[in-house]
Ligand binder design. Sequence first.
Ligand code: SIN
Length: 521
Amino acid sequence: MSQPIRTYTRIQNQDQTQYPPERVSVNPARFEDEVGLYPITPLAGVKQACEAARQAFPSWRKVPAPLRGNLIYNLGQLVSANKTVLASWLTREVGKPYSEALGSVQEVIDTCQFFVSEGRRLYGQTVPSEMADKRLFTYRRPVGVCGIITAGNFPIAVPAWYVVPALLCGNTVVWKPSEDAPVLSYLFCQLVEKAGFPPGVFNMVLGDGATTGAALVSMVSAGLVDKIGFTGSTAVGQRIGRVAGENLQVPCLELGGKNPLVVTERANLELAVEGALWSAFGTAGQRCTSLGVLIVQERIYEEFIARLLERTAAMVIGDPTDPSITYGPLISKRFLDNLLAFQKNQIQAHHQVLTPTIGQITRENPWPNFVGDPAAGYFAHPVLVGGARREDVLYQEETFGPLVAAVSYGELEEALDWANGHGYGLSSAIYTQDPAEAFYFQENIQAGMVSINNTTSGAEAHMPFGGNGRSGNGSRQSGVWVLDQFTRWQGVNWDFSNQLQRAQIDTIYSPGDLDYRVPGW
Ligand code: SIN
């Protein structure tokens, strides 16, 4: 046991000991490795954290944005200096392959780097007035206390997408990280503290979604939280949306996906096979952006699937510290159980399992190229299923694991019907060398993100990230777009004419020479 941890209610309040460690965080690739002990923050602790954040807000919002940016700079430098250590903990606690874990930590650094400069911009506008001696301005104002609830697949990268801009914009934060990554989250908190953020500006509470997460959401109605940022399932996002709506708030929701990848006859097939393989099975299919439905033109379907199966069979799976693997374990038992239940209930008689088998990788149900001991972790077989129909849950619902439905299409319009038909709209991809096909696809897909000749996954820190339909409420993270989540526009009009000037009424509208009147009116 390496890291017994305690709940923060306020940073720089030293890790408070009021909640005893209750649960063990376990390495999902090696059960005997207990990564850390962690407490569950009770409702009273969640309230205390929100109150601390509320108390800290008035002075934090007054810190000039460039100076808030300096603390983000410190955070980025701290994460960078400890990149390999953080990546090792990430691999150990959620089973992400080490090279991917490094990428995940890099995403935090990239996010900090982007927002450091944003502290020196955070631009408003000067706007022309319709009256003389009057000036109009717009300013971004912080929203208040932000409750951030995040998932275990990107346990610090996705939190950074929320936390970094929220703090930069002058908000204070209460963060509920994934219960699958409490130790890594705690380490991240230590770096935030070391970066120099004042007490109460950043707070962490621990526990699962149904208890601690729900407690944090209940703080919206209690008047202690002004904005919720949530990454997770569509069903929970809908519940949060209802609470936010009742309180006239707009949450930032990044929800599920059933991300389509279309391969046309004009694709570079080798590249498309590689792209489909990574989209489907990279991160064990546990990205919000992982491939859900593979949609292949019918004249190349057989050949494409054969090539994909060949590459799938050659994949190495297993120990996430081994550089040869494509994917490691599922994040936790909960994810494995959900996947197995989905396979059991949703792969039906009319489907064809195209890969050798389904289920958990075990000694009795082995994967040939396995590294490590399958009995020591939550490993799942890669599964490709043909014959999906529109009404199937297999097609309609997010899976979150290495399971993909494959279908064929005739015309590109039909491919788009498949790509949009389930109502999710997070990420998407098309492989084609024909610009006309690429343009047609990008104009008609309802997803928030489209890749052309690249995979469904792989966000960059300065591009808008987010979905439509069942994938979210149109909110976007990352880049300048997320600033609209963590600020509200204030319009200021400043009249120095020393007389009452009434907009529209006292404005001198010049009709010009043209007579626009309609005869007879
Ligand atoms: C995710 O948030 O699950 C995906 C991010 C990515 O595709 O890089």
